[in-house]
Design a protein around this ligand. Structure first.
Ligand SMILES: Nc1ncnc2c1ncn2[C@@H]1O[C@H](COP(=O)(O)OP(=O)(O)OP(=O)(O)O)[C@@H](O)[C@H]1O
Length: 498
């Protein structure tokens, strides 16, 4: 681990990235609370052999007001019983992951075009940084590249240029189980109850170092932490029959990942299709998860203003380009400083998405944008009418690039100074993940039976089987096995039965 380098200058994002934690943190307790100090100390001991007292935590979080995790941790430290639960359930301490990405570019070949240069750029030089304890929102219009960026951050797809680092290390296999990914449309078995879903997931995915009982306890624990107790015995539900609500379903998907106690949680539109109150609950829950020492990155579509303010950092994407990265609370300031402000009362998120779409209706336009595209003698209305979305987009991309360049971009951003590689390697080599072959077989068999019990044991199905058996029995009644033809006949019935 690098501790403090003389002259190390730590800067947070383009616009600074810290925010003080609220008391809300308290609700997210026990198992997920990470003892950051001890974690750091452990890392330290592994790599350089000094005691935790030697570590200057201000190096990790230069601004002491930005120690959300620490604040909640000191509270947690007092609660011995909670720590006991944490140990009992086998929650290993989370390794804090500082995610940094710089100039991330991703392109795909255009179908039908033979020339090697015929590529469609999906992301152009996206830069960002998110620390443990923070929630980063990726916002922008549909097709802006949010899911693609999330996929790149999770290591699911390879980037074309740029860098993505996790505690200053590139992606490696040992990181795989530290990253939880909640898909937009996660698949769940419709006939299983919430409890069954999470228990089977725990039995299958948790390491064999935990006992069966510990795995079950962890599933129960996650159910209670995510407020799913009320619906734990309700089936998930599917297209043709009702089960749990949409918000509960999203929470089950999140719980599925949380079971593994990931350090980095990535979520693709966890609030889509939910009403604003339920969406707010989900985001508050994500915030609490983050405050427990995890790094959370989520895409978001049309957040309400209350929900929008719950995020710590924001990346605004428009057509694959970054239009803003920094603190959520600074986003409006940034745009108003360049002359872009709403002319009517507007939800800030709506305003930002409009801008990312190049829509300047009911917004003031920067004077240099007007000057750039229109001669001075044109009327303002005329200008607004003629200013194309492409012009606005190009202007905003350029303005952001200039701003970034002025601030020295993220060359000046120094993520958490943790050389976590030795610890990551040590952990991944000592941990045996997943169940044994036989366990997997028996768990999947039981899960399959439970999921399909309605099909297998339905009246129609049972009647159908009985009728078929009777018909076949009558057809082959007293068939003669003494002749080759009779034997052939009997072979046919064996085949039919199979
Ligand atoms: N493999 C691919 N091949 C071709 N085009 C792709 C590929 N992956 C993504 N795209 C395109 O890249 C753009 C960004 O896609 P992405 O799914 O990242 O957008 P998004 O911001 O998540 O959109 P939404 O909010 O609607 O989910 C889209 O225009 C999409 O069609």
């Amino acid at each position: 681990m690098r501790i403090k380098q003389p002259g190390d200058e730590i800067q947070e994002g383009v616009h600074g990235c810290e925010e003080k934690t609220t008391s809300e943190t308290k609700s997210w307790s026990t198992g997920f609370l990470v003892n950051m100090e001890s974690t750091v100390a452990e890392i330290d001991c592994v790599s350089i052999g000094v005691s935790s007292n030697d570590i200057d935590l201000s190096v990790l979080y230069p601004d002491s007001s930005s120690l959300p995790i620490m604040a909640s941790l000191s509270e947690a430290d007092d609660e011995e019983s909670e720590l006991h639960t944490w140990k009992k359930l086998g929650f290993e301490p989370t390794l804090p992951i500082c995610l940094k990405f710089e100039d991330v570019t991703y392109k795909v070949p255009v179908k039908g075009e033979k020339t090697p240069d015929a590529n469609k750029y999906i992301l152009h030089g996206i830069t960002g940084l998110v620390h443990p304890g923070e929630v980063l929102a990726l916002m922008g219009p549909s097709g802006g590249g949010k899911t693609t960026l999330l996929n790149l951050l999770s290591g699911r797809i390879k980037l074309d240029s740029g860098t993505i680092t996790y505690n200053n290390q590139p992606y490696s296999k040992s990181l795989k189980w530290r990253i939880g990914f909640v898909l937009q449309d996660d698949v769940a078995f419709p006939h299983l109850t919430v409890k069954e879903t999470l228990t089977y997931a725990a039995l299958l995915r948790l390491p064999n170092t935990l006992t069966m009982q510990q795995k079950k306890e962890r599933a129960t624990y996650v159910i209670s932490e995510l407020g799913l107790e009320r619906c734990q015995n309700t089936v998930i539900g599917g297209t043709f029959f009702r089960g749990i609500s949409g918000g509960e379903r999203k929470r089950v998907c999140i719980a599925n990942e949380i079971l593994l106690n990931p350090s980095l949680l990535l979520l693709d539109e966890p609030t889509s299709g939910l009403d604003s109150t339920t969406a707010l609950q989900i985001v508050k829950m994500l915030r609490n998860i983050a405050r427990s020492g995890k790094t959370v990155v989520t895409t978001i579509h049309q957040p309400s203003s209350r929900l929008f303010s719950k995020f710590d950092k924001l990346i605004l994407l428009g057509k694959g380009s970054s239009l803003y990265f920094g603190k959520v609370s600074d986003a409006m300031l940034y745009f108003s400083s360049m002359g872009c402000s709403p002319l009517i009362a507007m939800n800030p998120a709506e305003f930002l998405i409009d801008l990312a779409n190049g829509n300047i209706k009911d917004k003031s336009v920067p004077s240099d944008l007007e000057d750039k595209f229109f001669p001075r003698n044109n009327s303002l209305d005329m200008k607004h009418g003629e200013l194309s979305q492409v012009d606005v987009h190009e202007y905003l991309v350029e303005a952001y690039a200039v701003k970034e360049a002025k601030l020295g971009k993220t060359k000046l951003i120094k993520p958490l100074l943790i050389d976590a590689e030795p610890r990551m390697k040590a952990r991944s080599s000592t941990m045996e993940w997943g169940a044994t072959w036989w366990d997997q077989f028996s768990i999947l068999f039981r899960r399959g039976l439970k999921e399909r019990r309605h099909e297998y044991f339905s009246c129609i199905r049972i009647t159908q089987v009985f009728l078929t058996a009777i018909v076949m029995g009558l057809l082959w009644w007293r068939s003669d096995a003494s002749s080759p033809k009779g034997l052939q006949d009997q072979a046919t019935i064996c085949y039919m039965c199979l």
